[in-house]
Design a protein around this ligand. Structure first.
Ligand code: KIV
Ligand code: ZN
Length: 511
């Protein structure tokens, strides 16, 4: 029997710490349901002390998820831990993940605490967490730059206090595989009680080594990998779930363990995260990139046709490619639409919300005969601002673009339910549409990113537009989808403004 490798997904916590990747409660719930469907063992649902919104999201996920453990992050202080404990209370299996920095630079410059004080605080933190759950994870932040003797000392203390999972983060992505593996091996050999806990790894990708470091640590005895979909995360991101899972699965001749992940859910999960955050997946990204299974050269194509394994080490369908089966069409009714939403993990807030989404589905089905899951996901991703949070809405649009003429946009917007017309000229129709919106909104935002992706194939495919806006240090992404990419652009811009309008202050746990 092989060991079980625990997959701990932190897309909703560390992933969300990427600038511009913040998600609403409904978006997080949709991703959590997809993670559960993928059979992730532990879902780190957020950092409840960051804001009331984060607390509510973790609590909603703890209420909804039945098959995976739901985890809340907390700094090693009483207030954070009590907040995390309350947020995970409804979970079938709830975990508190508490952390404190252990590297000399963090202890001295950030915490301004002595090593003795750090150990004492870590032990107290486990004590508070034990009032809520037995499933306690302890992380030594910046373990990758911490002294091994100090790590041994603090881990021994927290294991004695009751921690069940010990995480060794390479917080700044500084380690290289052999060194990181050696750290894990040494800890497992030297820390008293090491055999009673699960050793976990959490690697950042600053040097592009997050997956390699995690896998080296697995070979050295780690049995939990912390990761995110598409490698989303702070700065260069975290270790990518899809790469870890498929490396271990494909190389069962090498690894002494395996995960319980349903790999056919990987591509749908990747698309969902990319759609919700607006972070596109690069085409050559392993496993989930559009070209990951495409063979361009004649020699390769010929080889694959003769015998697939000449050039393929995994099958595209095993990770969920090609699963975008035709689901609904223009004759599909409201119930079929509702049940398809349920099947792909989308929960609508109310009947009113469902009616609104169904009306938009019908409009789409008139323009596009074949509606795939991806179309529905996209349609719902600009539905995420529920009608009562919808400050701005596009009611109607007319665009004029002709060779030799200045492009122009005429829009009718609903602003808090009041219809207003607005027009502007621009260097192109998208520019004109954004200027027309700004003539009403005067948002004072800066446009950081504008990107267009085709959701499915064919010239009748919907274009999905992502717009990233910044104002006073707050960054939001808006999505809009439509068969007309100018309309999709206007919707994405309005979606971002709506999010900015409703965005609450939140705290980054590591600042
Ligand atoms: O990178 C890190 O150290 C973290 C901890 C909070 C686990 O994300
Ligand atoms: Zn991290």
């Amino acid at each position: 029997m092989k060991d079980h490798l625990i997959v701990f997904d932190t897309t909703l916590r560390d992933g969300e710490q990427s600038p511009g990747a913040s998600m609403t409660r409904d978006e997080k719930l949709r991703i959590a349901r997809q993670l559960e469907r993928m059979r992730v063992d532990v879902i780190e649902a957020g950092f409840p002390a960051a804001s009331n919104g984060d607390f509510e999201s973790v609590r909603a996920i703890a209420e909804a998820i039945r098959e995976s453990t739901v985890c809340g992050l907390a700094r090693a202080n009483e207030a954070d831990i009590r907040r995390a404990g309350e947020a995970i209370a409804p979970a079938v299996r709830g975990r508190i993940h508490t952390f404190i920095a252990t590297s000399p630079i963090h202890m001295e410059m950030k915490l301004r605490m002595s090593p003795d004080q750090v150990v004492e605080q870590a032990v107290r933190a486990i004590g508070w967490a034990k009032e809520y759950t037995d499933d306690i994870e302890f992380s030594a932040e910046d373990a990758g730059r911490s002294e091994i003797d100090f790590l041994c000392r603090i881990f021994e203390a927290v294991i004695k206090a009751g921690a069940k999972t010990i995480n060794v983060p390479d917080t700044v992505g500084y380690n290289v595989p052999e060194q990181y593996a050696q750290t894990i091996r040494t800890l497992i050999e030297r820390v008293p009680g090491a055999d009673k806990v699960v050793w976990s790894v959490h690697c950042h990708n600053d040097l592009g080594l997050a997956v390699a470091n995690s896998l080296a640590a697995v070979m050295a005895g780690a049995r939990q990998v912390e990761c995110t979909l598409n490698g989303l995360g702070e700065r260069a991101g975290n270790a990518a779930l899809e790469e870890l899972v498929m490396a271990v699965r494909t190389r069962q001749d090498v690894f002494p363990c395996d995960t319980r992940i349903d790999a056919t859910q990987i591509v749908p999960a990747s698309k969902l995260v990319s759609g919700v955050t607006g972070f596109p997946v690069q085409p050559n990204k392993a496993i989930v990139g559009a070209n990951a299974f495409a063979h361009e050269s004649g020699i390769h194509q010929d080889g694959v046709l003769k015998h697939r394994e000449t050039y393929e080490i995994m099958r595209a369908e095993d990770v969920g490619w090609g699963a975008n089966k035709l689901v609904l069409g223009k004759h599909s009714g409201r119930n079929a639409f509702r049940s398809r939403l349920q099947e792909i993990g989308i929960v609508v807030a109310s009947e009113e919300h469902l009616n609104h989404a169904f009306a938009r589905f019908k409009e789409l089905a008139d323009k596009k005969h074949e509606i795939f899951d991806e179309d529905i996901q996209a349609l719902m991703s600009d539905e995420v601002v529920t009608p009562d949070q919808e400050h701005y809405r596009l009611v109607a649009s007319r665009f004029h673009s002709e060779t030799g003429e200045t492009p122009r946009a005429d829009l009718t917007l609903s602003v808090d339910g009041q219809e207003t017309r607005t027009s502007a000229e621009g260097s192109g129709p998208v520019d004109a549409a954004f200027k027309a919106i700004e003539a009403i909104a005067s948002s004072g935002t800066e446009l950081l990113l504008y990107s267009v992706n085709a959701i499915t194939t064919g010239t009748d495919a919907q274009g999905e537009v992502t717009v990233r806006l910044a104002r006073e240090g707050k960054v939001v992404n808006g999505q809009g989808a439509d068969t007309d990419i100018i309309v999709a652009s206007a919707k994405a811009y309005l979606n971002a403004l709506n999010k900015l309008h409703s965005k609450l202050e939140r705290l980054n746990p590591q600042l």
